[in-house]
Ligand binder design. Structure first.
Ligand SMILES: NC(=O)c1ccc[n+]([C@@H]2O[C@H](COP(=O)([O-])OP(=O)(O)OC[C@H]3O[C@@H](n4cnc5c(N)ncnc54)[C@H](O)[C@@H]3O)[C@@H](O)[C@H]2O)c1
Ligand SMILES: [Zn+2]
Ligand SMILES: [Zn+2]
Length: 370
């Protein structure tokens, strides 16, 4: 079957919307018609990363759609079902799924590469495999994915807000609630108030934080964060550290959650400077280059302040239970989703969406499929 998709040839290229081939779903696989695709910053990293992703690759790991066809043995969904994609699959039976850590599911091992979990491709061009980011590739009209990458949702739920639940909302919300373990009364600092960071703010507010300080260089982002639960906002990390000390009547924040778009050592260092005694430094953001970021931290901070450095993947969420939870919170008016969608694009406008993300004029862009 021929489909239109946004393909990246390699680092340094722009997204090219072209017609490519889509294979038929194999055993345990599903063909979905994409309805909405969220534009996370992680796809933008693919344009910079060398030697990590498999290229060419169809971008997109956030989205929602409708099941069109199922392969043999598919038992989680049926034709016509509405689904949200999970950027980490959940098999349900590996050691990690079985212990409530689906974000580490063994089937997610290829998530960053564009290959399916079995090392093969479902997109093709001239008989050669084309990757799908996170074993998905939502910047496409249709895709073939494992049923393990799908979470079925009720047909009454609007598919646009649902699309945000593939990555941005769970990753941010879970960074605060699960990874940083924000507790009632806490002082929290969030670096970066984009598609992920504003959800870290929402998660921290849910968890009962008394003070949520946002650091972002863009005034629009700071204002938006204040509208979803942040209590103070600044472009100055030193100011944030001062506020955290004052408000905690102590050494600083209980949690610092780093969601800035392009991670670098300087940002992590500034974030650590906001952390108080016994704090957690939760690192969510990724880098443009896959090489390690060397972060120098004073030993006093680590040992005497008992600083915990906590990596974050998918907000330490379990998609099969957490995506329905987010939908319930949204239906109850306790989680903002609608306003996170700043702008809608056609697939042909994908490059413009990323120009807007870099310019700081949107919280989340959404590609809408006719
Ligand atoms: N760990 C995970 O599971 C996971 C999942 C999704 C995304 N991510 C990563 O999280 C990061 C954020 O993604 P996003 O979609 O929210 O991006 P985004 O571009 O929407 O938002 C990034 C925000 O960071 C701000 N910013 C830039 N430099 C900053 C600095 N020095 N200090 C503070 N703020 C700064 C920007 O103004 C922007 O508001 C990206 O690196 C992305 O790849 C990680
Ligand atoms: Zn993402
Ligand atoms: Zn698993």
């Amino acid at each position: 079957m021929k489909i239109k998709a946004a393909v990246l040839e390699g680092p340094g290229h722009e997204w090219a919307v072209e017609e490519i081939d889509l294979l038929e779903p194999g055993p345990g696989e599903v063909r979905v018609a994409n309805k909405f695709a969220g534009m996370c910053h992680s796809d933008a990293h693919l344009k910079h990363m060398g030697g990590m992703g498999t290229y060419p690759i169809v971008g997109g790991h956030e989205g929602s759609g409708i099941v069109e066809a199922v392969g043999d043995g598919v038992d989680r969904v049926q034709v016509g079902d509405h689904v949200v994609y999970s950027f980490i699959p959940s098999c349900g039976t590996c050691r990690y799924c079985a212990t409530g850590r689906s974000y580490l599911c063994d089937w997610g091992a290829n998530a960053g590469t564009g290959l399916m979990a079995d090392g093969t491709y479902r997109f093709e061009r001239n008989g050669e495999g084309v990757g799908g980011f996170c074993a998905l590739g939502t910047f496409s009209e249709r895709m073939v994915v494992s049923q393990r990458s799908l979470v079925k949702i009720d047909t009454s739920i609007p598919l646009d807000v649902a699309a945000l639940l593939s990555c941005g909302v769970p990753t941010g919300w879970g960074a605060a609630v699960n990874a940083a373990e924000v507790a009632p009364g806490d002082v929290v600092v969030v670096f970066g108030a984009g598609g992920i960071g504003v959800n870290a703010v929402q998660g921290a507010a849910h968890a009962g934080a008394s003070h949520i300080i946002v650091v972002d260089p863009v005034p629009f982002k700071r204002e938006f964060a204040l509208s979803v639960g942040a209590t103070r906002a600044t472009d100055d990390a030193t100011q944030a550290a001062r506020w955290a000390q004052e408000l905690s009547a102590g050494t600083g924040a209980d949690s610092v959650i780093v969601c800035s778009g392009v991670m670098d050592a300087a940002t992590v260092g500034r974030a650590a400077g906001c952390a108080g005694k016994g704090a957690t430094l939760a690192v969510v953001g990724l880098s443009d280059v896959p090489t390690d970021i060397a972060v120098a931290l004073p030993v006093g901070l680590l040992a005497y302040n008992v600083l915990r450095i906590q990596g974050v993947l998918f907000g330490q969420c379990n998609p099969q239970s957490d995506i329905p939870l987010f939908l319930r919170l949204w239906a109850e008016g306790r989680l903002e989703l609608d306003r996170l969608i700043s702008h809608r694009y056609t697939l042909d406008q994908v490059n413009q969406g990323y120009v807007d993300q870099e310019a700081g004029t949107i919280i989340r862009g959404l590609i809408e499929f006719p």
